[in-house]
Design a protein around this ligand. Structure first.
Ligand SMILES: [Mg+2]
Length: 400
């Protein structure tokens, strides 16, 4: 494929989001996305990546990956890799359109028609800004206005929320009841009272819906190892489905030691980048469920290799969302087509509010499962108003 134009769309009202469209010389368009650090990713795409892409007569997912993995700045989860991830998904979407195949078919075909979801209990304005990654950016008041505030609900009315989710067919929910205590102590310590406050939320959910609801307890890598262990010991009797990011994923030895001391599975991976950061986690037995973010980790080209690697260690993959509609659709195509794809993160407060404001073609979610459409590529397209709105910064680069 010859790429002739690259456009980015940065909505001022939703400052964490960035979309990128890649156009070929046949008139096909592919859509990619990034979440967080959007202004610098936009700049990188236009000033560094676009000239490299336009210089190649033959761009496909593998050649794009090669072109944007130079020997300076190729490692880690920085702007280069996040930009590559957004462009890679756009090129996979374009690839699917050029051969009239769904993304799942481009990846080898579906193993199943739908995949189970769980609900991340965020509100609709959670992490909407890029100013901070803590409770100041939970967007509670704004979310309330839109009618979805699952974050406040899990803190204040956890049983009611669990019942509502369960009755709608959802059998998994993710909550982060210990984050306020971590913010107070820089993750260094937690009081017995703070542990009990979090345990009370978990026990209320168990009392309401029993073991029929999978419980994912998110730690956001905020804790030191001994404190993480104390909290995990306190919630182990409630049999969480997993503990997510108890420590940073690059603290591989500490994670492996923690895993050897607890009986609850560990999920990690959304900020671990590429096979080179995932392999040590697998080799050390530090991860039970791999929660890669397809865009952040460098795109589908890298993600399918990660899934294959994880399969060698009998580790299932449950891709990260809570970031954007393209992430959700791409992850669903990915999970349906991978041997070890088994569960998809969703945030109903996002899917039912701002995802629908910006795009068409969101995968159908029904009775706790998610389905892809027959549309070629990932099936997501930007709504036409996004192109002409004064509230969206549009930048265009064209091949000469
Ligand atoms: Mg997470």
């Amino acid at each position: 494929m010859k790429i002739t134009k690259i456009e980015t769309f940065r909505p001022l009202a939703h400052p964490s989001s960035l979309w990128v469209e890649v156009h070929d010389d046949k008139g096909n368009v592919g859509l990619g996305e990034s979440f967080f650090s959007q202004t610098v990713i936009e700049e990188y795409i236009h000033t560094i990546a676009a000239p490299l892409i336009f210089a190649s007569a033959n761009i496909n997912p593998e050649s794009l990956n090669f072109a944007l993995t130079p020997y300076v700045g190729y490692q880690g989860g920085g702007i280069e890799v996040r930009s590559l991830g957004a462009l890679d998904v756009a090129v996979w979407d374009l690839w699917g359109k050029s051969i009239n195949a769904t993304m799942a078919d481009s990846l080898g075909g579906k193993l199943q028609d739908s995949v189970k979801i769980y609900n991340t209990c965020a509100g609709s304005s959670y992490m909407k800004k890029t100013s901070s990654q803590n409770s100041k950016n939970w967007g509670v008041a704004e979310s309330k206005e839109k009618g979805y505030e699952d974050l406040q609900a899990f803190f204040n009315t956890p049983a009611k929320l669990a019942r509502e989710l369960y009755d709608s067919g959802i059998e998994g929910m993710k909550i982060w009841p210990f984050d306020p205590a971590a913010e107070k102590s820089f993750g260094n310590s937690i009081s017995q009272k703070e542990i009990e406050a979090g345990v009370k939320i978990i026990s209320a959910i168990r009392d309401e819906v029993g073991m029929d609801m999978d419980l994912m307890i998110e730690f956001h890598a905020l804790w030191n190892r001994p404190t993480a262990k104390r909290i995990i010991d306190a919630i182990t009797p409630y049999q969480p489905f997993w503990i997510e990011d108890p420590l940073r994923p690059d603290a591989v030895d500490a994670l492996a030691k923690l895993r050897s001391e607890i009986s609850v599975p560990i999920a990690t991976g959304e900020t671990a980048i590429g096979r080179r950061q995932i392999l040590p986690l697998l080799e050390k037995g530090a991860v039970d469920y791999l929660t890669i973010d397809i865009s952040w980790t460098g795109g589908l080209t890298e993600s399918r290799k990660i899934a294959s690697l994880a399969d060698l260690f009998a580790v299932p993959v449950a891709p990260h969302d809570c970031s954007g509609p393209v992430a959700l659709a791409t992850s669903t195509h990915f999970s349906l087509s991978q041997r070890n794809g088994f569960l998809q993160e969703t945030a109903r407060a996002f899917v039912n509010t701002w995802y629908k404001d910006f795009v068409d073609g969101i995968p159908k979610i029904e009775n706790g499962r998610i389905y892809i459409s027959d549309a070629s590529g990932h099936g997501i397209t930007l709504q036409s108003w996004v192109r002409s709105s004064d509230e969206v910064i549009v930048r265009t680069s064209k091949a000469k």
